[in-house]
Design a protein around this ligand. Structure first.
Ligand code: PMV
Length: 343
């Protein structure tokens, strides 16, 4: 028994290959389209969260990457409130525990808010830790979604699909695992950190403006993504890398086309990002077959998906073309890790 009632959880980042972009409900975080992602190995990019409540804590407190931060974030408060409600309904802990203040300490081992899916790992971690702390049983992907949409995919390892759902209360907007982290052991992600500056437009604002002003986003959600998502799931299950990679690149390009179609435009990719795109196409052309795929979230940093056998050659090429880049790293697939400490 841990005298401090602490629970620590490590949750991995996930990088989407079919992107979530645009909400139909801002508060419940309900997306306008399904998305598909890969959950990476926790050894390289992960969030780690410890939660702890005590009868003698005088206030709720939050530390993010070692810095004491105000406990006023509405999404954080929303997650905590929902979890405590469930705990009360399920009578999962002594009612006194629910009245104790809580301390939350969370850290990432990679840049926060630089378009590297930090909120996905952060909220997945938070929700899993709180659910363990209050011993509730529920669909954790739904709870994580309320913190940050893409976080709902980080509660599962391997290949994950977030179903947009149709219900207005969000009860069917949840993630499911397509295949676990051992399904395609050769799959690797190569993260190229183009910039670790905080992004200028948050994904929340970028999406909101896109839904309001882009015509292309409606076409994407209605006509492109449904077909693409089914094809992506099939490519993953069949381990068809060429198909997987083509769909991944096309979907990333479409996301950034929508960002440009947003008024005023929202530009996340930089000249260096575009050079990475050129490099990947040139390399694939040279190989006579698609060997590498790029994908970009709401930031300039690239995630390349490739098979293990191609990693040495692609890394050599990157070092040659981007000699000053020092923070590129390769990772495989992973799962959530939980360190449970009992009351
Ligand atoms: O969950 P958010 O609000 O950080 O949005 C993430 C959006 C993208 O990373 C660009 C796409 C995705 O599906 O992860």
């Amino acid at each position: 028994m841990d005298p401090l009632n602490r629970v620590t959880v490590v949750a991995p980042v996930n990088i989407a290959v079919i992107k979530y972009w645009g909400k139909r409900d801002e508060k419940l975080i309900l997306p306008i389209n399904d998305s598909v992602s890969i959950t990476l190995d926790t050894s390289i990019m992960r969030a780690k969260t410890t939660v702890c409540s005590q009868p003698d804590f005088s206030e709720n407190q939050l530390w993010l990457n070692g810095i004491k931060t105000s406990f006023t974030n509405p999404r954080l408060l929303n997650c905590l409130e929902k979890i405590k409600h469930l705990a009360a309904d399920q009578q999962s802990v002594d009612p006194a525990v629910l009245s104790w203040k809580i301390h939350i300490c969370s850290e990432n081992n990679f840049p926060t808010a630089a378009g590297l899916a930090s909120s996905a790992a952060g909220y997945a971690c938070l929700v899993i830790a709180l659910a363990k702390h209050y011993k509730i049983k529920t669909d954790l992907s739904i709870l994580a979604r309320i913190g940050s949409g893409s976080a709902c995919r980080s509660v599962f390892g391997g290949f994950v699909r977030w179903h947009a759902g149709v219900e207005s209360d969000g009860s069917d907007s949840r993630a499911t695992q397509i295949a676990d982290s051992s399904h395609w052991p050769e799959m690797r992600a190569l993260i190229l950190v183009v910039s670790d500056n905080k992004k200028h437009t948050s994904s929340t604002i970028g999406m909101m403006n896109a839904v309001k002003t882009s015509d292309l986003i409606k076409y994407r959600a209605e006509y492109c993504v449904p077909k693409r998502t089914d094809k992506m799931c099939e490519a993953i299950l069949k381990k068809d890398f060429v198909k997987f990679a083509e769909l991944t690149m096309k979907d990333s390009n479409q996301l950034h086309a929508i960002c440009l179609d947003t008024y005023p435009p929202c530009v996340y990719m930089t000249d260096v990002s575009h050079k990475v795109v050129e490099m990947v196409h040139a390399y694939n052309d040279m190989c006579g077959e698609i060997k590498v795929a790029y994908t970009f979230d709401a930031g300039p940093n690239a995630c390349l998906y490739l098979l293990n056998a191609d990693v040495p050659r692609v890394l050599t090429l990157i070092k040659h073309l981007f000699p000053s880049s020092s923070s590129d790293f390769v990772t495989g697939l992973g799962d959530v890790e939980e360190t449970e400490t009992e009351f």
